[in-house]
Design a protein around this ligand. Structure first.
Ligand SMILES: [Zn+2]
Length: 242
């Protein structure tokens, strides 16, 4: 008692559809022009699809591709029909062929392009701002990939002491320090100026001589609450604003 909707595109059929976008164009002359063109160039078509995925305008469900609500709303906000139709490419190609044959003036074509872009830009600026919802449709596969954050454990016993350069470091209860602490004296406490440092932050300090910008210091003698930690020439710790 009812018709069925057209089959959803797969990546392969979408690529094919882009190649032959001219088939949907009603005007015969334009269709002829688009036969060899389609949407995009052969070298850029796959990239165009990738961009649509990256911007979450389309999504994969098994092998099939569907427009997301963001994609549908985006198309909806473009008021100028020409901008979202394959005819635009066809029209341009048609005129380029005419220029080739000396039947159309190149500078006039350029003028037309400038005028069109100017008008489109003006109408977009003057339109009332429309908000496009950005829904992140999480697929189980992506979720799975996002969870295990690679937290590479730091092996202190294989890291050289920056001060004496003779001994390795070791992790104690309250600090990372030289394994010959009595002779060398180097250590970085986990709790510094009232902030608990992570092993990664301490590792950065030791290997790069400074940390990234850190926040949450509560007991700095000069009252600094954030800044960059540096290892001084005497291998002491110094907190500065930047
Ligand atoms: Zn040492």
């Amino acid at each position: 008692g009812k018709t069925s909707p057209p089959k959803p595109y797969t990546e392969a059929t979408l690529l094919r559809a882009m190649e032959t976008a001219g088939k949907q164009v009603d005007d015969e002359e334009l269709r002829e022009m688009m036969k060899n063109n389609g949407i995009g160039r052969p070298s850029t078509r796959a990239n165009i699809i990738e961009t649509l995925f990256r911007r979450k305008y389309i999504e994969r469900k098994k092998k099939n591709i569907f427009a997301t609500s963001t994609g549908v709303e985006l198309i909806d906000t473009i008021q100028d029909e020409l901008l979202k139709s394959p005819e635009l490419t066809g029209e341009w190609e048609s005129k380029l062929r005419k220029i080739e044959r000396g039947e159309y003036d190149a500078s006039q074509f350029k003028e037309e392009l400038i005028e069109m872009v100017t008008n489109l830009t003006r109408s977009v600026i003057n339109e009332k701002a429309k908000v496009i919802s950005f829904q992140e449709e999480i697929q189980p596969k992506q979720k799975k990939e996002a969870t295990p954050r690679k937290n590479v454990a730091i092996i202190w016993e294989e890291t050289d002491c920056p001060k004496c350069k003779e001994n390795k470091l070791m992790k104690g209860k309250t600090a990372i320090g030289c394994s010959n602490y009595k002779g060398c004296g180097f250590k970085i406490p986990f709790l510094l100026f009232g902030k608990k440092l992570t092993e990664k932050q301490i590792h950065d300090l030791i290997t790069k001589g400074k940390s990234s910008k850190l926040k949450g210091f509560t007991e700095h003698p000069e009252g600094l609450s954030e800044g960059i930690l540096r290892l001084t020439n005497d291998f002491l710790l110094d907190l500065k604003i930047d």
